[in-house]
Unconditional design. Structure first.
Lengths: 228, 503
């Protein structure tokens, strides 16, 4: 059973000959599969800024959003902890300038607080097809490479095992005054990522990094979907 | 299950073609295509004829060669159709370009399956080679099954089918099946099995795997009542989907141990996302194997050792272990290794400890666990008491006895007798067998040897003899303690998962 909303998002991008979904589109795709994402609004012009900041609420994050810009941090197109309307206006101008004419807009996003960052993703193995990844997120993903994989479709057991399998699995427990992560939710997310891969052959890779634990609750804060 | 009793191949299973594997693994008659009338020929056909006779293959053998004649007292048939009965299995050893016709002849004569030993097919990478292999595939689609080409074929101790060279392989049937593309690996495993105490149900080296290969053979072995443990060496697989499905199904029924070779080469894919660059074939393979419930090992030795443990130990996990003998340092190392593998060497209950202390020589001994017996010359009768007592600790699931036989060397020199005469290895093995029977708890033997040089060939010989005593009783024996513990850990991983799922 195909997910129509997801299929439409992908189809639109494929028709335009794009190789990736923008962060906003990626998250819409995730949301269509029930994966929790940040509350966010995509602005195409500055008229909607006041309304957007009101709806999202301070403090917030503003990012350049384009399918052509995969790694925003390196481009300096992310402004975090914006607390006032004037800060928001300034960030808007700077992000738009930094976009250098790339097609896209400015993403106004809730600022998710949490000290624990995870990564989830999907890769297509030439032999085994779509495989789901789980691991430590943020800058630690590349430094520690503490990740595990399971081939899609995942069963509940597989998702739980892959979480236990990383060396840093204790980060999911109740540690240093932080709540234990909502494992049921994490399990559902991993299973859903596998489903996205199985049901959408045009999706080649998915990168959800970071997935921040806001208290017990995991939220996808940044997302990249690479297309065929 | 009646399906298993009948020991038929894939009947009632629409995933793979209907195949009568009984006629392939236990044929009543074999045709060998490509036998020379010169019995000193070094060709594969003549070689296979010779080794089948030496193995004592009980069925009828029909050599085939258009030139006719006779060899080793057997008439050579010019054509398949001249053979006076329907042949079950064929060995094809003619030159590559004649293979399609030979296979076609076998098909027409109602042969169930053929192993093609000849090379010169897809493995060459030439167009001609690939075309010949395609022809083989096309013929198999019409109702004959093929092992190979470019393989060593099937070894089946019960029927006496064997690989080349394999005239001296064991005829004793066992519970381990082995699959590999590589003939060399299969042959080595078959020979190593003998001294490691592994007996085989079936072994298949399928070379290029033009027809029968990993997934279908897994499907068959999973249902084969002769096979309790499946062991595999894999380089490449044909279809990830089918392989995954069959492996998962097989591992749900019996342990499947896999050594995947060639994990390092495939890492260099250019990718856009972090996730893909994290993957790489090694990590994905490990994950997939875990997901299916198969056991992954990383070298040939580990594969064989794990196979021995699965084959010979009871079908359960062993978390708490007693280690007897070996001396202080080995004991300390044992604890570390055990912990690394998720096992424990817990202190024995105090009353049991007291009883063991009363038996052991003093000073220098310790009954704590690991039990340090103070010196390597402790008599088997005393070791028996130690083992019997330690087994009474209800926490202990399994015992390991470490015997440092090489320490008898100075005494052999002193008394001027061969070391095999003063080491009471036969008595010890008998005692260990007794303990297993009486306590119902398994004992695993470890026979390290610090003296392996040419000056001490007698010790190497002694250890081989002691090993043989153990394996004849079906007691697992390893060279090193860490190998024993690692092999047991694999058993724990497999059965531990099932025990967890049941809970």
């Amino acid at each position: 059973m195909k997910n129509d909303k997801a299929a439409r998002i992908i189809e639109k991008a494929v028709k335009k000959g794009r190789k990736a979904l923008s962060e906003y589109e990626s998250k819409q795709l995730l949301a269509a599969y029930g994966i929790p994402i940040t509350k966010e609004i995509l602005l195409k012009d500055k008229d909607g800024l006041a309304r957007a900041t009101e709806r999202i609420g301070f403090p917030l994050v503003m990012k350049g959003c384009s399918a052509d810009i995969a790694h925003k941090t390196e481009k300096g197109l992310i402004y975090v902890d914006i607390r006032t309307v004037s800060e928001a206006k300034k960030a808007y101008r700077e992000v738009m300038a930094g976009m250098e004419g790339f097609e896209g807009g400015v993403l106004v996003q809730e600022m998710v607080k949490g000290r624990r960052e995870l990564v989830m993703g999907l890769t297509r193995d030439p032999q085994f097809g779509p495989c789901v990844m789980f691991g430590l997120g943020g800058i630690f993903t590349e430094i520690l490479r503490d990740v595990s994989f399971r081939r899609a479709p995942l069963e509940d057991y597989d998702a739980r095992e892959m979480m236990k399998e990383i060396k840093g699995h204790k980060i999911l427990d109740a540690v240093r005054g932080m709540e234990a992560a909502d494992e049921k939710r994490l399990t559902e997310m991993l299973i859903s990522i596998g489903r996205i891969g199985l049901e959408n052959p045009d999706v080649m890779e998915i990168d959800l990094n970071p997935v921040i634990l806001s208290g017990a609750r995991p939220v996808v804060v940044d997302a990249l979907v690479v297309l065929k | 299950m009646p399906e298993e009793r009948k020991h038929r191949g894939n009947r009632g299973n629409n995933r793979f073609p209907d195949t009568d594997f009984e006629r392939i693994f236990h044929p009543a008659s074999i045709a060998i295509l490509g036998v020379s009338s010169d019995e000193n020929s070094v060709g594969f056909g003549t070689g296979m004829l010779r080794v089948l006779k030496e193995m004592g293959f009980a069925g009828r053998i029909y050599p085939v060669n258009p030139s006719g004649g006779s060899v080793l007292g057997l008439k050579i048939y010019s054509r398949m159709e001249d053979i006076p009965e329907r042949v079950d299995f064929a060995v094809i050893a003619v030159t590559a370009k004649l293979v399609p016709q030979a296979l076609e002849d076998c098909l027409r004569s109602g042969v169930a399956g053929a192993e093609i030993l000849s090379s010169g097919f897809g493995e060459l990478g030439t167009q001609e080679g690939r075309q010949l292999e395609d022809q083989i595939r096309e013929i198999t689609a019409r109702g004959i099954r093929v092992v190979g080409p470019n393989c060593f074929g099937i070894y089946c101790p019960r029927s006496g089918l064997t690989m080349l060279p394999g005239q001296d392989l064991s005829r004793e049937s066992g519970n381990v099946a082995f699959l590999a593309q590589s003939g060399g690996m299969a042959s080595d495993f078959a020979h190593a099995g003998e001294w490691m105490g592994i007996r085989f149900s079936k072994m298949v080296s399928f070379g290029n795997g033009a027809d029968l290969r990993e997934a279908e053979l897994l499907n068959y072995l999973a249902r084969d009542h002769e096979t309790e443990v499946i062991s595999m060496y894999i380089e490449g697989i044909k279809d990830g989907d089918v392989f995954f499905r069959e492996l998962k199904a097989a591992a749900a029924r019996k342990p499947v141990i896999i050594f995947k070779g060639g994990l390092s080469a495939a890492g260099a894919r250019s990718v856009a996302s972090h996730t893909a660059s994290m993957g790489g074939s090694g990590l994905i393979w490990s994950s997939v194997l875990k997901q299916t419930g198969a056991v992954q090992v990383f070298d040939t030795q580990e594969l064989m050792q794990a196979s021995a443990a699965f084959s010979l130990l009871p079908k359960k996990s062993f978390r708490n272990i007693a280690v007897i003998g070996g001396g202080g340092a080995i004991g300390v190392a044992a604890c570390d290794i055990a912990e690394r593998h998720g096992m424990e060497i817990p202190p024995l209950a105090s009353d049991i400890r007291e009883r063991i202390e009363a038996i052991l020589p003093r000073p220098g001994s310790s009954a704590l666990n690991p039990v340090d017996v103070a010196n390597p010359l402790v008599a088997p009768s005393i070791l028996k008491e130690v083992l019997m007592n330690a087994a009474q600790d209800e926490r202990i699931d399994l015992q390991i006895i470490v015997s440092l036989f090489f320490h008898y060397n100075p005494y052999a020199l002193m008394f001027g007798v061969p070391i095999a005469e003063i080491v009471p290895y036969k008595e010890l093995v008998e005692v260990v067998g007794d303990v297993i029977n009486k306590t119902g708890k398994p004992v695993v033997a470890v026979l390290p040897n610090a003296r392996r040089g040419p000056r001490n060939m007698d010790i190497t010989g002694l250890i081989a003899l002691a090993r043989q005593e153990y394996v004849q009783r079906g007691i697992p024996v390893f060279d090193e303690l860490h190998e024993a513990i690692r092999a047991i850990a694999h058993v724990n991983t497999y059965y531990g998962r099932r025990e967890n799922e049941k809970r």
